[in-house]
Structure formats: structure tokens, C-alpha cells
Write a protein that binds this ligand. Structure first.
Ligand code: ATP
Length: 306
């Protein structure tokens, strides 16, 4: 039995077709990255899985039960982290965490202590005083302290600073080590790449790529911005390099992640003064992938344009 099973899932909002036949399976122990550009249908898919939204047609099952008719006790087995966390303004963070804990069939007090500490959250403050990042932390602490088996996260780190992003990653690694199942929707491919074993890419309401991280690695490129003492020559001859732009002593280019080592070694002969590298954004990958494989596809143009 798959934990989540979606087949030909279609969702219309009035005349807008948000989901156009989604097929997706999440098995026990999967850490699945769910990625795609804005408006692709990630939140809609997640809300149908959670039973918060009704599908138009197709099959949507959670733990082998129809998501819309699922029993309420199903929610004791899952923890959901929404992208925009709404909290009761007059309750303290701690009270909200307790409340979520009760809904999810109890909290692990030891984990709760660890998580409050790790996310540096003061649970005594009223929710109305929390910043967006702190509201996000309440949701994260509450989810990671639960005994849930399935974790569904929709852009869970949007308001977090890099330290907290690291705390988040550590917590997901722990879930992974303990065999929990995670659906992680995110725009940040580097995080997905680091945490997830499998990835499904959604675009315009359809899953366009699905597979293990290894299978998808051919999509990944790293952006390099380098300043050198001597002018860089013949970089285009180095395997795996793309989109080279040279402006006096500064060179920007992209390199396939498995060719990085080779490219960096090549650069050293021109005396590197500074170098920054950056994994591509998902949108960059999308544009790259679809521009190359579907040059004439008009839908691709609209993604490139937007
Ligand atoms: P993002 O990354 O921006 O959060 P997403 O992948 O989560 O996007 P959805 O929010 O699921 O995308 O939206 C899918 C499509 O459905 C979009 O075209 C969106 O405009 C539309 N949509 C979403 N919610 C509604 C709604 N309540 N009413 C009408 N259209 C909606």
C-alpha cells in the first residue's frame, strides 16, 4: 500500500484547471521533493491529499482511504506544515504547540525540548507578537515534536534565516533516519537535492519529471562567478560549461555539477582572486531543461517569460 496514491487527479477552480491528471505515489520511508514553479499546482495537490480540498476527478488516497472521506483520526498520523502559518493571536506559541500536539495524538516531550532549543523559539510569547519566521518556527517545532509518521510540508522554510534553515535540514535528516515519510514542497532545489531521495516536478498541473535524485542529477548546474588575475581563455572547451559571459577580469558561467571539480582546476591557471558558486534556482533549471528539450513548445515560452 502506498502512503499517498494519486491517479489522474484533476482539479478545477471554476474554469481554471489547476491539476491536469496528476499521478504520484509516496511509499513508506520516502523523502519526496515536490518542486515546480509558482502556480504549478503544488499547494492544490497537497490540500487535496490533506482532505482540505475536494478533487474534481481522479483518485486521491491517503493510507488507502479516499482523501475527502478519510476518517478524522487519519490526521493523528500526519503533521502538516503550511506555507503561510496562521496561529491564534491570543495563544502563546507553547499553547499552540500543545494544541497541535493533542490533535496529533500527543507530543514527544523530549523532542519538544530539543526542537525549542534548536529553533531558538520562545514559547511564552503570544502568537500575535511573532514575526513570520517565528510563526513558521511554531509550526516546525510542533511538527518535529510529534509522533506522526507522515510529514507534509509546503514551502516550510520561506521565512527562515540560514541558521534556522540548517536546523530544519537537521530535523528532516532525523526523520529520514527514523524511517518517516516526508513530502517536501519547495522552490529551493539545493535543499531538495540535499534532503530528498526522490523528486517529482510539477508544471502546469502535470508531473513532468519523477525519479530518484540520481536520475534527476543531469538537470543540475552550478553558477560560478569568478574574478581572475589573467583573462580566462577557452573555457567553452572545458566539458560541462555553459552560458559563459566574460567581462574583463570577471567571468560568469554555469557548470554541470558532476564536472565542477574539473572546471575549478582549469580556472586555477588564471590565478583566481575570488570565486562564488551557487546552485541554480528551480526556475533556472526549468527554463534550461525545457528550452533545450522543447524549443518550439509555446508553453515553455510562457514559463521563460514569467
Ligand atoms: P506556488 O509555488 O506559487 O505556491 P503552487 O504550485 O502551490 O504555487 P497552486 O497554489 O496549487 O500552485 O495553484 C495552482 C493553480 O490554481 C494556479 O493557476 C492558481 O492561480 C490556481 N488557484 C489556486 N487556488 C485557487 C483558488 N482558490 N481559486 C482559483 N484559482 C486558484
Amino acid at each position: 500500500m502506498s502512503i499517498v496514491y494519486l491517479e489522474d487527479l484533476v482539479k478545477y477552480y471554476g474554469k481554471t484547471k489547476a491539476l491536469d491528471g496528476i499521478n504520484l505515489k509516496i511509499e513508506e520511508g520516502d523523502i519526496l521533493g515536490f518542486i515546480g514553479p509558482n502556480g504549478a499546482g503544488k499547494t492544490t495537490t497537497i490540500r487535496i491529499i490533506l482532505g482540505l480540498l475536494r478533487k474534481t476527478s481522479g483518485i486521491a488516497r491517503l493510507y488507502d482511504q479516499d482523501t475527502w472521506h478519510q476518517a478524522a483520526d487519519m490526521h493523528q498520523r500526519l503533521a502538516y506544515i503550511p506555507d503561510d502559518v496562521y496561529l491564534w493571536p491570543n495563544l502563546s506559541g507553547g499553547e499552540v504547540i500543545d494544541l497541535f500536539g493533542k490533535l496529533r495524538g500527543g507530543l514527544n516531550e523530549k523532542k519538544l525540548k530539543t526542537m525549542l532549543d534548536r529553533f531558538q523559539l520562545d514559547p511564552t510569547k503570544k502568537c500575535r507578537t511573532y514575526s513570520k519566521g517565528n510563526r513558521q518556527k511554531v509550526a516546525l517545532v510542533s511538527a518535529f515534536s510529534s509522533n506522526a509518521d507522515l510529514f507534509i510540508m509546503d514551502e516550510p522554510t520561506t521565512g527562515l534565516d540560514p541558521l534556522m534553515e540548517a536546523a530544519f535540514q537537521e530535523s528532516v535528516q532525523e526523520l529520514k533516519a527514523s524511517g518517516k515519510t516526508v513530502l517536501l514542497s519547495s522552490h529551493i532545489l539545493a535543499v531538495v537535492e540535499k534532503l530528498c531521495d526522490k523528486v517529482s516536478i510539477i508544471r502546469q498541473g502535470k508531473i513532468v519529471e519523477s525519479g530518484s535524485m540520481k536520475q534527476l542529477r543531469h538537470l543540475t548546474r552550478i553558477s560560478i562567478d569568478v574574478i581572475t588575475e589573467k583573462k580566462i581563455e577557452d573555457l567553452d572547451q572545458v566539458p560541462g560549461t555553459h552560458d559563459i559571459v566574460i567581462d574583463r577580469d570577471r567571468t560568469k558561467f554555469q557548470v554541470d555539477s558532476d564536472k565542477l571539480q574539473h572546471a575549478l582546476l582549469y580556472l586555477t591557471q588564471f590565478e583566481v582572486k575570488s570565486l562564488t558558486s551557487q546552485p541554480p534556482t528551480l526556475e533556472e533549471l526549468f527554463m534550461h531543461h525545457y528550452n533545450n528539450s522543447n524549443q518550439n513548445e509555446t508553453q515553455t515560452q510562457s514559463i521563460s517569460g514569467g
